[in-house]
Structures are given as structure tokens and as C-alpha cells.
Design a protein around this ligand. Sequence first.
Ligand SMILES: [Fe+2]
Ligand SMILES: [Fe+2]
Length: 178
Amino acid sequence: MADKPFLTDIKTLRERARKHIEQGAVTEGYTADRETVIKILNEALATEIVCVLRYKRHYFMASGIHAEGVAAEFLEHANDEQGHADLIAARIVQLGGEPNFNPEGLLMRSHAEYVEGGSLAEMIKEDLVAERIAIDSYRDMIQYLGNDDPTTRRMLEGILAVEEEHADDLVSLLGEVS
Ligand SMILES: [Fe+2]
Ligand SMILES: [Fe+2]
């Protein structure tokens, strides 16, 4: 590591940038395994979509004396997950891949499950479990990426922070409801 120069010299940088310009943001300096990154991002995309669907179901089905506040929280989370799905899809395209929105196999690709839940408490519990799955899988992805794809990593770090907030919100809600 000691004799490794910190920066690529300007001539090399300029030469490399001229090659494969059709690859856009993906330059020769991109050291991650692009195919694998696209694959794991598509799994994350499926996870987010399943989470949107589950939160929407819970939002519309929430009933009982605590329902109003909880439903509002479900809706907020659904919108956040939709935002995550959009970010991930855009990044997949930027990396030269194709976002997989195919409903067929969606649940197989998703890390989180789709559980309808009966009572309000059950819904909150299932959402909490899903958030905890998302938290662990995002943390794994971030570790996998390391310094090979800082842009994707930063995006995932931002999403991870929101999933942690979601989990925290749900724990509080569970306390209020039960
Ligand atoms: Fe999310
Ligand atoms: Fe979440």
C-alpha cells in the first residue's frame, strides 16, 4: 500500500475516460462487480416494492381506536419505501442495468415478506420484522460494496438510516397499541 499513488495521473485518467464513453457513469475505475451490484440492487428493489404493498395494505386495513395515528405512520412509511425503490431503480439504470419490476417472482426476489396481519398490533409487528430484515440486508450490501462503489454505498447508507428510523417508529407504535 505504501507505494500506491493516491491519485491516478491526469494522462491516464483522460485516456481512460475516452474509452467506452457509451457506458456513461461506469468508468474503468469502477472496481465493483457491476453484474453483482445490479443483482443485489434488484433484490433491494423487490424488497422495497413488497414493503410498499404491505404498508399500503396495512394503511387501508388499519382499524380500531388507535387506527388513525398508526395508519398515518403506515402511509408515511409506504411513501418512504416508494422513494427508496425509485432511488434504487435509477441507480440500476445508471450502472447500465435494468430495474426488475416484474410482479412475477417479486416475493422470491424480496428479502422481506408480505404478511397481511389481522390486528393493528400484528400489522405493526410484521412491519417491524420486515424493517429489521431490510436493516440487516442493507448493512450487508454496504459492507460488500466497501470502497468499490461509493455512490451506491452512500445511497444505501441513506436508505439504511431511514429503515432504522422506521423500525424505531414501529417499536414506539407497538408500545402504544398493546
Ligand atoms: Fe425502504
Ligand atoms: Fe422501511
